[in-house]
Design a protein around this ligand. Structure first.
Ligand SMILES: [Fe+2]
Length: 152
């Protein structure tokens, strides 16, 4: 993988992470207190994900450039409209997106590790595998919460 390809992939991931941040930053709007608390923490996790990807891009000499600038990233990338008034539907959509995130990071980490490069191994170990694990934990929490949340 050359530098340009790596930067392109990281900018795509950065776009998705901005989308994740958008999912949880309205945490105060939820009726369920447990959801509010958890989404607040998820928002902080997503900020870390964004920062880690931005830092590695800067260390590669690139300007972090999300493919979609602000707005409804989840709508644009996945064609999903999220209506937070319907908490059950929102949990379901977020579970789907975190599962996709986990799968995407897993694939990307494997791809990075296939090449025998110190830089790519470092990115895989320090960044993509930890973001992948956290997205998986978020997915599991959402799945668990869905099991005890009734559709409205
Ligand atoms: Fe994330």
């Amino acid at each position: 993988m050359d530098n340009n390809e790596l930067i392109g992939e990281l900018n795509k991931i950065l776009t998705l992470e901005h989308g994740h941040l958008g999912m949880y930053e309205n945490f105060m709007s939820y009726k369920d207190k447990d959801v509010r608390r958890t989404f607040r923490h998820f928002m902080e996790l997503e900020m870390e994900h964004v920062n880690k990807i931005q830092n590695i891009l800067r260390n590669l000499g690139a300007k972090p450039s999300p493919l979609v600038e602000g707005g409804d990233i989840i709508g644009k990338m996945f064609g999903i409209t999220i209506n937070i008034a319907d908490e059950h539907a929102a949990l379901k959509a977020f579970k789907f997106i975190e599962e996709k995130s986990h799968e995407g990071y897993l694939k990307f980490t494997v791809k990075l590790e296939k090449e025998n490069s110190n830089l790519l191994n470092y990115i895989a170990e320090e960044i993509t595998s930890s973001n992948q694990l956290e997205s998986y934990l978020q997915y599991l929490w959402l799945e668990d919460k869905l099991n005890v949340t009734r559709p409205s």
